[in-house]
Design a protein around this ligand. Structure first.
Ligand code: 2HG
Ligand code: ZN
Length: 470
C-alpha cells in the first residue's frame, strides 16, 4: 500500500492528481492489490483497474466521488468480492473503491435493537456483534467470513434462511449512501414506520453500486432462535421434494429447506474426504433446519418424517443429535460451491415461484441434457424459496476460456425456460456483468427504460460501476 508520504513516482497522472487533491486518501497501485481488488469470485475476467483506494469515512467517499465526477473517472465499489456475477470486477481501468478500511461498528441501540455499522464490516462480524448483544442477525451464507455488509446490501444477498427471515432487504432499517454526484443520503434513519413517499433505501438495496456507494448500514437485529434441529433426507426423485416440503412445514417452523443432488454429494465427499451422509445412495437430498424449542417440536418433525417415509417420498434420513452433528450435516450443502470451484463452473442462479420449482427443475434439466449431453450438470439450491443454482462443470481437459465460450450457448436455453415460467435470471447473485445481456428475460422493456432514467438521476456522469446491471 502507498500512502501520501511514500513515493508516487509510478502513479499514472490521474492517480497522481487524486493523491494531490486528497493527500490523506490511501491509494494502492501494487500489482497484487490491482489483481485481488479488481475481481470477485468469477475467475475468468481479467482484472485491470487503474488503482485501488481505501477511504475511511463517508466524508472521504464524498470527496473521492466528487473528484471522480470532475475527471469522468469510473469507480467500482468493492466489498468482500465474493460475488458470482462480476458486479465488483474492474476490467477496464476503473478505480476500485474498497470499503476494507471502513470496518467500525458505530453503535448499538438496545431499545431499537439496531446495529449501526460501516459498510466494510463482514457479515460474520455482524453475526458476532449481534451475539454480543444477546441477539441474532439472520442473513447467513457460506461466504459470511469474507463478504461485507455493504456488498450484501448492494446485492440484496439471500442465503440459507430466507425462508424464515427474508433477504438482506428485510433487515435494513437505514442506509447512508454517496450518490454519483457526491451527495450524501441518510435514508430512513432507523425508523420502522415511515410513510413519506418513495423509499429510496429500497432502490439502493440490490442496485449493485450503480447508483451510489453504500457507506453505512443500520440493521435490525432479532431475538435469537431457539435450538435448531437439522434433518438430512434422501429422496427418490425431484418430483418428491414438494410433498416433503409441505409435510415438514406443516410439522414445525422451518428456518431452511435446501436441496442438492447425489452428484453434489460426490463432489463434496471427494474434495473433503467425507463419507456419504446416508447409508442409501439417493437421487437427491433435502436438508431442512427447524426450530426445536420443545421436545414436542422434535416429535412433530419426526412424525412428518415417518409420514413421508411411509408414503415412499423419502428413502432414508438422519436427524442431528447435537450442534456439531448439525454442522456436519450442513457441510454437504454449504461446501458444494467451494468443492467445485477448481472446475470453474458455468453458473446460473435462477428462481421461479415455489409452486413451480420442481416442475421447472425437471423441465430445465431435461432440456439441458437433450441439448448438451456432454456437460456434467450439478443442481442445488434454496428450494424452499424457489431458488436453484445450476453449475455446469468444466471438463478437466478443457481450458477455462474455451469452456466459457462453449457453455455460454446454454444461457439462451436456460433463460428461455426461466422466462416461460416468469422467473428470475438472478435470484440472489445479482446481474453484474454476466447476466446483463439477458436482463430482458426477467425485466420488461418499460422496466429497463425506467432503470436507465433512474441511473441518470443518481449518476448523471455515469461513473458508478458502469457497464454493470444495465
Ligand atoms: C450457495 O447457495 C451460493 O451455495 C453459491 O449461493 C451458489 O456457487 C453457486 O452456484
Ligand atoms: Zn445460494
Amino acid at each position: 500500500m502507498t500512502t501520501s508520504s511514500q513515493s508516487k513516482s509510478n502513479f499514472n497522472t490521474r492517480v497522481k492528481d487524486l493523491q494531490n487533491q486528497l493527500p490523506d486518501l490511501l491509494i494502492s497501485e501494487d500489482v497484487d492489490d490491482l489483481k485481488n481488488y479488481g475481481r470477485d469470485w468469477t475467475r475468468f475476467i481479467e482484472p485491470k483497474p487503474c488503482a485501488v483506494v481505501f477511504p475511511r469515512s463517508t466524508e472521504e467517499v464524498q470527496s473521492l466521488v466528487r473528484w471522480a465526477k470532475d475527471k469522468q473517472q469510473a469507480l467500482v465499489p468493492s466489498g468482500g468480492r465474493t460475488g458470482l456475477s462480476g458486479g465488483a470486477v474492474a476490467a477496464d481501468g476503473e478505480l476500485v473503491v474498497s470499503l476494507d478500511k471502513m470496518r467500525n461498528i458505530i453503535s448499538f441501540n438496545a431499545d431499537d435493537r439496531l446495529l449501526h455499522v460501516q459498510a466494510g464490516v463482514t457479515t460474520a462480524a455482524v453475526h458476532a456483534a449481534a451475539v454480543e448483544q444477546g441477539l441474532f442477525y439472520p442473513v447467513d451464507f457460506a461466504s459470511s467470513g469474507s463478504s461485507q455488509i455493504g456488498g450484501n446490501v448492494a446485492t440484496n444477498a439471500g442465503g440459507i434462511r430466507v425462508l424464515r427471515y427474508g433477504l438482506t432487504r428485510e433487515q435494513v432499517r437505514g442506509l447512508t449512501v454517496v450518490t454519483g454526484t457526491g451527495e450524501r443520503l441518510d435514508l430512513n434513519q432507523g425508523l420502522i414506520k415511515n410513510a413519506t413517499g418513495y423509499d429510496l433505501r429500497h432502490l439502493m438495496i440490490g442496485s449493485e453500486g450503480t447508483l451510489g456507494i453504500i457507506t453505512e448500514v443500520t440493521l435490525a437485529l432479532v431475538s435469537p432462535p431457539p435450538p435448531l434441529g437439522v434433518m438430512l433426507l434422501g429422496l427418490t426423485g425431484i418430483g418428491d421434494i414438494m410433498p416433503v416440503f409441505n409435510a415438514c412445514r406443516h410439522a414445525g417452523r422451518l428456518t431452511a429447506f435446501e436441496f442438492f443432488t447425489q452428484a453434489c454429494v460426490e463432489q463434496v465427499c471427494a474434495a473433503h474426504g467425507l463419507k456419504a451422509p446416508l447409508d442409501e445412495v439417493c437421487d437427491c437430498y433435502v436438508l431442512l433446519e427447524f426450530e426445536q424449542a420443545t421436545e414436542a417440536d422434535e416429535a412433530q418433525m419426526l412424525a412428518a418424517f415417518e409420514q413421508v417415509l411411509e408414503a415412499g417420498y423419502v428413502i432414508d434420513g438422519v436427524l442431528s443429535q447435537s450442534d456439531s452433528q448439525a454442522e456436519e450435516l450442513w457441510r454437504y450443502r454449504e461446501w458444494i460451491s467451494e468443492s467445485i470451484s477448481h472446475r470453474t463452473p458455468y453458473k446460473n442462479d435462477v428462481s421461479v415461484r415455489i409452486a413451480q420449482v420442481t416442475e421447472f427443475l425437471q423441465s430445465l434439466d431435461q432440456l439441458v441434457t437433450e441439448h448438451y449431453p456432454e456437460f456434467e450438470v450439478l443442481w442445488y439450491g434454496h428450494i424452499g424459496d424457489g431458488n436453484l443454482h445450476m453449475n455446469v462443470l468444466r471438463p478437466e481437459a478443457m481450458s477455462v476460456h474455451d469452456f466459457h465460450s462453449h457453455s455460454e450457448r446454454l444461457t439462451d436455453v436456460v433463460y428461455g425456460e426461466v422466462a416461460r415460467y416468469k422467473g428470475s435470471i438472478s435470484a440472489e447473485h445479482g446481474v453484474g456483468i454476466l447476466k446483463k445481456d439477458w436482463l430482458h428475460h426477467s425485466r420488461s422493456d418499460a422496466e429497463r427504460a425506467l432503470f436507465m432514467h433512474i441511473k441518470q438521476v443518481f449518476d448523471p456522469s455515469g461513473i458508478m460501476n458502469p457497464g454493470k446491471v444495465i
